[in-house]
Structure formats: C-alpha cells, structure tokens
Design a protein around this ligand. Structure first.
Ligand code: IMP
Length: 183
C-alpha cells in the first residue's frame, strides 16, 4: 500500500492528443517508403500511448508487444533489465518503431534497442511519450519525444505508481501528502 498522495496535472489530455497528432505526421513522412511498419509497444506503460498513436498513423501497421522489467512497485529503476515477454513476430529485414512511455535512466530503452538490433531489422526507430533528461544514466535518446519533463514521478495515460492510476486520461505528478513520506 503506497503512502497517501495526490496527483497534480502536468500535461492535459488535450495537449497529449495534439502532440500525438504532430508526432504521427512526422513518423508517417519519415516512413513514407515503408509498406508495413511494425510498431512495438513496451508493456505495460505504453499501452494507452500506442493505442492513440497507431490510430493517428494513417499507414499500414502491425502491432506487437514486448515486456521488459522496470520499476516493479518501486519508484527507482532496478537498472537490471529482463525481458518478461518477447515479440510474437519476426523483425528481420523489417521497419520497426519501438514505443516507450518514459525514458528515465534509459536502461530499459537501451537494452531493448540493443536486443532488437541483433535481430537485424532494416530500420529501427524509437518514440517516447515522456523524457526525463536530467535522470539519464545511458547514452540512449529516442528518435521522437512527446514531452520533456522535470524530475518528477508521474502517473496516468498508461503510466502507473504501484499499478495505480494507469487509467487517468492526463499525465500528473505524484505528491505525497504524508510529511514523513519519501519525495
Ligand atoms: P528507465 O529504464 O529508467 O529509463 O525507466 C523506464 C521505465 O521506468 C518506464 O518505462 C516506466 O515504466 C518506468 N518509469 C520511469 N519514470 C517513471 C515515472 O515517473 N512514473 C512511473 N513509471 C516510471
């Protein structure tokens, strides 16, 4: 049971929708010569983002999912990334877009990109809805980023705190209401 907290809105549902529309336009033109794009969502945090993104991508897409271990129920990255669920499909010779919710330390995206590159896709690009550059511990940078955010713990739009708040339509910052709680 997490400490009591409130959620302050950081990015509205409207702002997210507008940004995704613009990102989809960029992705579509960047992959203009691709007959079928494989869009790979990293579970579980990207499930809302990928659902909205693919519906804005007016092109032929295949959707697949990969689950990598991340925070568990904690607020800190474990730094050790394990693959809990692999792709169903082959990506060799294909064009792939990896969809991540947040790039924080960067360990997750870095690990996934290295792994998928060993499978020899024709092209592999990445998109992250949120980026916390001040927390980076690796060299990884997503090809496209929705929003750069400060070092705040966020929830909503698919992103959780201890499996809560994934169903909020906006992104909000977690603020603990108990004065003794970690911030
Ligand atoms: P990284 O490996 O440190 O870049 O962390 C990536 C993963 O950690 C993300 O895909 C999220 O699942 C999780 N994460 C990072 N920051 C937050 C946050 O502010 N709220 C909830 N989950 C987060």
């Amino acid at each position: 049971m997490p400490q009591p907290y409130v959620i302050d809105e950081l990015i509205s549902a409207k702002a997210i929708a507008a940004r995704i529309e613009a990102l989809a336009r960029e992705i579509r033109s960047s992959f203009a010569d691709t007959d079928k794009l494989i869009v790979v969502g990293l579970l579980r945090g990207s499930f809302v983002f990928i659902a909205d993104l693919v519906r804005e991508l007016d092109m032929n897409v295949e959707v697949d999912f990969l689950e990598a271990s991340s925070y568990g129920d904690a607020m800190e990255s474990s730094r050790e990334v394990r693959i809990l669920k692999d792709l169903r499909g082959e990506i060799s010779g294909r064009d792939v877009l990896v969809v991540e919710d947040i790039v924080d330390t960067g360990f997750t995206l870095d690990h996934v990109v290295r792994l998928l590159k060993t499978r020899k896709p024709r092209r592999l690009e990445t998109i992250a809805l949120l980026d916390k550059p001040s927390r980076r511990e690796t060299d990884v940078k997503a090809t496209w980023t929705g929003f750069e955010i400060p070092d705040e713990f966020v929830v909503g739009y698919g992103i959780d705190y201890a499996q809560r708040n994934r169903n909020l339509p906006y992104i909000g910052c977690v603020r603990f209401t108990d004065a003794d709680a970690p911030v």
